[in-house]
Design a protein around this ligand. Structure first.
Ligand code: FES
Length: 76
């Protein structure tokens, strides 16, 4: 007897919110970094609004910039 398939609990989840103040999602942040080749948190704030509130997401935004702007540069 096989066990029933258990779907991943995150399968139906909405996109993860990175900036709670401005409700900016992970996919929005990654898309803008890669499409516009953004390099700074200031740029991300300008184009997505992320980070324009309490600023507690800035460290996270910087991590995304470090990871995905490098990928964009490598692809370009
Ligand atoms: S969580 Fe991003 S500005 Fe507050």
């Amino acid at each position: 007897m096989s066990l029933p398939f258990t779907p991943d609990p995150c399968d139906g989840c909405a996109d993860r919110i990175i900036c709670r103040c401005l409700q900016v999602s992970e996919s929005q942040v990654i898309r803008m970094i890669t499409r516009l080749e953004l390099r700074t948190v200031h740029d991300l704030t300008k184009y997505t609004g992320a980070g324009d509130g309490c600023t507690c997401c800035h460290a996270k935004l910087a991590e995304y910039l470090e990871k995905f702007s490098c990928e964009a540069a490598a692809l370009g």
